[in-house]
Design a protein around this ligand. Structure first.
Ligand SMILES: [Zn+2]
Ligand SMILES: [Zn+2]
Length: 259
């Protein structure tokens, strides 16, 4: 069976993401979505729109993901004027925090794609929860920031069961970020997955291709604006939504729910 798994085509392997029992193979891209780039490595800009309470966690996520051999992230001054929307310009990721309300979610990652190519991304962390004693903890802030930023590269979750043993990666659902093992940072499996996603080069680039005025279409904070649920976690909650914006463009919303 092991050999059979290994020779599955990439698309079939990706479809199994989230159902695998453990980190046996790099298989948690959620589809073929990736940033287009013409070189073998690239640097993605993370726009910093976060408050001082979040800065250390954004810095940590940037450092942690830059451990990848195929990509680096660099923090830059944010361009967002409306933190509730957190609309990114084309070619980069904007990271925002705000009191988004008691709407059930701790964090969102929103990824716009044209065909298979990611064109921009947004990360939102919800202070309506992180300001409470349950979530105002370093391990929760670090894990959620790490996970939402990870989604903007094209990574899915390694596991969507909140109550099983941690896999030791921030891309694993858990109700106990400290574990052990701790789920606050990426693991080797995540870096391997990035190598797999970015093994090819494209003839164009979507990295850093800034548009003059970003479109806010798709940058919503409520379920009604996210489109159709396309993945569900072990406990039956939707973990990924897709909305068709027309002209071959889609926006995907990954949701980290509060307990
Ligand atoms: Zn490509
Ligand atoms: Zn997630």
């Amino acid at each position: 069976m092991r050999l059979r798994r290994l020779i599955l085509p990439l698309a079939a392997t990706a479809a199994l993401a989230g159902t695998a029992a453990g980190p046996a193979a790099a298989d948690h891209a959620w589809a073929n979505y990736h940033w287009a780039r013409t070189g073998t490595t690239f640097t993605l800009t993370l726009g910093d729109n976060v408050s001082s309470a979040w800065d250390p966690y954004l810095d940590q996520a940037s450092t942690d993901w830059s451990g990848s051999s195929v990509l680096d992230t660099s923090k830059a001054t944010g361009t967002v004027t409306n933190l509730k929307r957190c609309t990114p310009p084309t070619g980069r990721v904007e990271v925002c925090n705000a009191t988004y309300g008691n709407n059930g979610w701790l964090g969102l990652a929103q990824i716009w794609a044209s065909g298979d190519h990611i064109t921009k991304g947004a990360v939102k962390v919800n202070d309506s929860y992180f300001n409470t004693s349950s979530y105002n903890k370093a391990e929760w802030r670090r894990m959620v920031m790490c996970q939402e930023v990870g989604h903007t590269f094209g990574l899915g979750h390694q596991d969507e069961n909140q109550t099983n043993t941690n896999l030791g990666t921030c891309m694993d659902y858990t109700s106990n970020p400290l574990g052990p093992p701790s789920n606050v940072a990426p693991n080797t499996h995540d870096y391997d997955q990035l190598v797999s996603i970015y093994a090819h080069v494209d003839s164009t680039t979507t990295v850093g291709a800034a548009a003059a005025s970003p479109s806010a279409a798709g940058a919503g904070n409520s379920r009604a604006e996210w489109g159709t649920a396309v993945r569900y976690s072990r406990d039956g909650k939707p973990s990924l939504f897709a909305r068709d914006l027309g002209n071959g463009e889609q926006v995907f919303t990954f949701v980290t729910w509060a307990e």
